[in-house]
Design a protein around this ligand. Structure first.
Ligand code: APR
Ligand code: ZN
Length: 254
């Protein structure tokens, strides 16, 4: 654990476990860092993050998609196929276990990789959308994601709806409105959230990060510092895939 001695870390882990045990409405809030141990790069980690690549960042906007959907699909489909083939890691499974134990009421994720559902989490709000289907830019009809992969293989990009409209991924691109799950999660948290377990997010992107402000207490599990660390009841520095299973064990041990 970087920067935290083992004894101190054990003490912090016990404190986090106690907060989870005592919480009546605990949620998890996750970012790309919960999926890096599944082989999916995050966005802002020095050296491995995606966004320092200015070409990728410039392409990940609603305007760029409308301007050149073929280039958009050619750039992102290969990456998204890796997301869809990825497997949940111990961090995803630990969150699903906490939900099954009745200690977590749901997971709010910024990730579009679908790994929380794949790990068995049943209540998941995907505030930046997901990769399960495409949506028609004109008539809003939806189509399976495979429509895009077929169009890539057959060189018939962009994928089109039966109405002729261009099909787009059901994800939130920069400059676009949040997915419907954002309002759903917001409404649920407004009813009460005494603990938010933040896992693998730089907490630098809004409005998603606003959701964290609705929690009474924060427990942050993250490899690097975040702007919310000084407001957190507990910060556990390190890899989510190692820390979360230890957190579940500590919750069980009581
Ligand atoms: N364990 C714990 N933390 C990790 C791990 C790991 N294995 N790997 C990375 N991290 C941490 C990094 O230290 C970093 O602080 O996860 C965080 C990931 O931050 P970002 O890359 O900014 O990802 P995220 O917070 O999800 O970004 C939010 O920005 O570009 C948009 O739509 C995109 O949903 C994304 C949003
Ligand atoms: Zn259509």
């Amino acid at each position: 654990m970087t920067g935290q001695s083992d004894a101190r870390f054990e003490d912090l882990l016990d404190r986090a476990a106690r907060l989870l045990r005592e919480a009546s409405r605990a949620y998890a809030f996750t970012g790309a860092g919960v999926s890096t141990e599944s082989g999916i790069p995050d966005f802002r980690s020095p050296g491995t993050g995606l966004w320092p690549n200015p070409e990728l960042l410039a392409l990940a906007t609603g305007d760029a998609f409308r301007r050149d959907p073929v280039r958009f699909y050619r750039t992102f489909i290969p990456q998204w196929l890796k997301y869809r083939e990825a497997e949940p890691n111990p961090a995803h499974r630990a969150l699903a276990e906490l939900e099954a134990m009745g200690k977590l009421a749901g997971v709010i994720t910024q990730n579009i990789d679908g790994l929380h559902r794949k790990a068995g989490s049943r209540t998941v709000w995907e505030v930046h959308g997901h990769l399960r289907r495409l949506v028609c830019s004109d008539c809003r009809a939806d189509a399976p994601f495979e429509t895009a992969t077929e169009a890539l293989e057959k060189e018939t990009l962009p994928p089109r709806c039966t109405c002729g409209g261009v099909l787009r991924p059901d994800v939130v691109l920069f400059g676009e409105a949040m997915a419907p799950d954002y309002e759903r999660a917001f409404a649920v948290l407004r009813q009460g959230c005494d603990l938010m377990l933040v896992v693998g997010s730089s907490l630098t992107v809004y409005p998603a990060a606003f959701l964290v402000e609705l929690a009474r207490d924060l427990v942050i599990v993250n490899r690097d510092p975040t702007p919310y660390d000084d407001r957190a009841a507990v910060v556990l520095r390190g890899k989510a895939g190692e820390i979360l299973p230890r957190l579940v064990a500590a919750v069980k041990a009581a």
